[in-house]
Design a protein around this ligand. Sequence first.
Ligand code: SAH
Length: 373
Amino acid sequence: MSEPSTRPVPGQLTFTAPRRGKPPRHLADLTLAERGEVVGELGEKPFRAKQLSTHYFEHLTADPEQMTDLPKAARARLSENLLPPLLTPVRTQSADRGDTLKTLWRLHDGALVESVLMHYRQRSTVCISSQAGCGMNCPFCATGQAGLTRNMSTAEIVDQVVRAMAAVTERHGGDRRALNVVFMGMGEALANYKAAIGAIRRMTDPAPEGLGMSARGITMSTVGLVPAIDKLAAEGVPVTLALSLHAPDDGLRDELVPINTRWKVGEALDAARRYFEVTGRRVSIEYALIRDINDQAWRADLLGDMLNARGRGWVHVNPIPLNPTPGSKWTASDPAVEAEFVHRLRAHGVPTTVRDTRGSDIDGACGQLAAAP
Ligand code: SAH
């Protein structure tokens, strides 16, 4: 069983994840060529790597019984070595009449993470975790308050998507393109950069190397790790970037998003603008509206000015009504105040859409994932 991380003191940032036993090797950690090498070392023909990968990334199964194109003895050996179980479901809770499903997973070492699958009429979105816990310590976020337990591996991140894809293909008549992925579950994915970019590559690599998803269907959300944003822009995989801003002024953002003590609002917005220039992808600004804290009309005006100072048409804003978290004194803004905030941004010509919050009654909404057993 994993030891829970210690609660951080206010403002404390944790970048280095505690070292723990590595998760078992899984084919989603490897390129197709690397899988071929492992298969060869196991005494099997390298083309078996492709067959195995097809089962996982195209048929979305890791069950050796279904791999009837592989000799029986090879099936067991190959799946033990390349498809070990990484995520064990502990429980699934449902809300919104079954359209929102939050699953708690146990990892090999007992660490717990959650993912949330949201079904809409034509499409579905899975909100995935990239770390058990989080080191960024935002005071309004339940995950941040719990501290960082450990980084997840590429395959642990990808397996959440593969399982969601299996659910989605059933629901949307086999249309794999109906799934979007957002890195908005537990963790700051850009603080676990290698595993996160590995997961993005596995999602976008054409099958059977990966899932063959379009980069535009993937959203990377970050507190604003400026060097990592620039690095991501240079990867040549134009995923959508979401910047968790929550305040347009450094005084308040230092408190709400402690990473602001390293990279200021202006630096984070400059990085977001560069991301747009390099990738051509419009950036989202996330802004949790917290009653009487960050929801004043003057802050909407200041945000509008700061975005427009960096150009037009490159950004849109997603206000999110604050979801309640245990021990927090803050609540969501008054609806009239929220409406005024949105109105002001739009008056500045900034496209603004309030995020619908799914799953708050099962603690499955933004900032509520705490993976309590
Ligand atoms: N570490 C990443 C992903 C975190 S969760 C990031 O910070 O971007 C995704 C979004 O939910 C972030 O914008 C986060 O700030 C926001 N969020 C966190 N707690 C929230 C809460 N209680 N209510 C509403 N949104 C919240």
